[in-house]
Write a protein that binds this ligand. Sequence first.
Ligand code: THU
Length: 135
Amino acid sequence: MIEKLIEEAFLARECAYTPYSHFRVGAALLAENGTIYRGCNIENAAYTPSNCAERTAFFKAVSEGERSFRAIAIVGGKEDEESLDYCAPCGVCRQVMREFCPDDFRIILAKSATEYQVYTLKQLLPESFGPDNLK
Ligand code: THU
């Protein structure tokens, strides 16, 4: 399943809209029921309305009624570079994951279908603020 998710992230990356940074990111989000939601980064001439690939995937999924997630695969790098480095999610995207995902949600950073690192959300966002704090 990890390799399939990475493959989907690479397909998502093909849709990245990045005329300003030329940094293309793709994400594939695996829901608890097995559905995979793809997301890409979408930039904007006014810069701040830009959206990361990970949030695109989450917002697509949540807007379709999905609330439970198992893992996300992320691939990203400059458009002119042949080989990718690992692309970790930004702080804002980690916080969006925190809203919907458990501590053991898996975050897979991939360079290729066979070269990847797996982290938990808790590892990438320790001591966090989340929905429970408002109860
Ligand atoms: N970006 C993502 O989509 N995800 C990340 O994990 C890091 C950054 C995007 C935002 C912007 O379009 C471009 O990459 C450069 O920051």
